[in-house]
Design a protein around this ligand. Structure first.
Ligand SMILES: [Zn+2]
Length: 351
């Protein structure tokens, strides 16, 4: 495990510090450079460690001649938005407990179009699912809920109208309270759909706690230890599965609050990823650290094209989110933390 990043050295502690560190695009580029290549340049084609810096800011591998830039192959690839604006968007996204809506971002940054603000937030959302992230384990409550409709969801109703059926899984801690959660749209409440949700999000061998819905025995068969709690009526089952009911209602409140309910079904999965990211970091005392984590994920993520953002994937069609290619490696912080270490993180130049 790499040591934890330090406040004030690896990430800004406050808005004032943020503004002092990232006042120009060059400042932002330096920071991304350090996050992407913490131990110096690595050629994305041949993994050679030496490069020439070109006049336009790109790097040319001294071994194979491949030209690359810090932002090439990341979500900042070919962006027309200045990096200072990107960083501010990322700061607002990360530093506010409940995030920010596209409309607020447009106003805060005085961005010309709503679409630009909307697409920036969706690009940030798209990096939040870390490749190879650990699935939930231990005792895990699992249930489904409808999101998006006005009436309370009934399982028998299926996904009609504007409501989308969503799977919810929450770790139940041994002592008291809840651990991490996961949420994702489901095609339906069939055993196949629920099994897909479980294998995506819950470690095999976990104790899966559900209500009496008939699909769960088959959905959990041979992979999980299934514990079935049967109450009479929905009020009682809410008491039996307090974790999933708490998480589902927090998620619904967040969608109605921060996003004013302006979330279309096609993008619900991505909003749920953001909710899960925030919920699972609810104990983080430093919002600056969340900012650092988002950028760390962003430089390790493949480019996200606008046409991919506006495409409407049908909820429940799997795989919902193919894991981003595991290119590069996570930033290591093994070098001694100097004051603002990325200042010295320039690639090794030959010649
Ligand atoms: Zn190379």
């Amino acid at each position: 495990m790499s040591p934890s990043p330090l406040a004030g050295a690896h990430f800004p502690r406050s808005l004032g510090e943020f503004q002092a560190w990232f006042s120009t695009d060059a400042d932002c580029l330096d920071y991304l450079l350090w996050l992407r290549w913490p131990a110096g340049f690595v050629c994305p084609r041949c993994a050679h460690a030496r490069a020439w810096e070109l006049a336009d800011g790109r790097y040319e591998c001294s071994e194979c001649g491949q030209r690359t830039s810090v932002t090439a192959g990341t979500i900042f690839d070919r962006t027309r938005t200045p990096l200072t604006v990107w960083f501010m968007a990322c700061w607002l996204f990360a530093s506010q407990k409940d995030g920010i809506s596209a409309l607020s971002l447009k106003r805060s940054l005085e961005i010309g179009s709503y679409q630009t603000a909307w697409a920036m937030l969706h690009r940030l959302r798209s990096v939040l699912v870390r490749p190879g992230r650990e699935r939930l384990h231990g005792a895990v409550e699992v249930d489904e809920t409808f999101i998006g409709g006005e009436e309370p969801g009934l399982r028998g109703g299926r996904a009609k109208g504007k409501k989308v059926l969503v799977g919810v899984a929450v770790e139940r801690l041994e002592t008291r309270g809840f651990g991490r959660c996961r949420m994702a749209p489901l095609a339906d409440a069939s055993a196949d759909s629920l099994r897909g949700f479980l294998t995506d999000h819950v470690q095999e061998g976990a104790r899966v706690i559900t209500d009496g819905w008939r699909s769960y025995p088959r959905a959990t068969a041979e992979l999980y230890v299934h514990e079935r709690l049967v109450g009479s009526g929905s009020a009682e089952s809410a008491k039996l599965l307090p974790g999933v009911h708490t998480v589902a209602s927090l998620a619904k409140r967040w969608l109605l609050g921060t996003h004013q309910g302006a979330v279309d079904d096609a993008h619900l999965a991505s909003y749920l990823n953001e909710f899960v990211f925030r919920f699972n970091r609810r104990g983080s005392r430093s919002r600056g650290l969340v900012f650092y984590r988002v950028l760390e994920l962003a430089v390790a993520h493949d480019p996200v094209r606008y046409r991919d953002l506006i495409a409407s994937p049908r909820p429940g069609t799997r795989p919902q989110h193919p894991p981003p290619a595991t290119r590069g490696r996570p930033a290591s912080l093994e070098r001694p933390p100097a004051n603002r270490p990325w200042r010295t993180a320039a690639p090794h130049h030959s010649g």
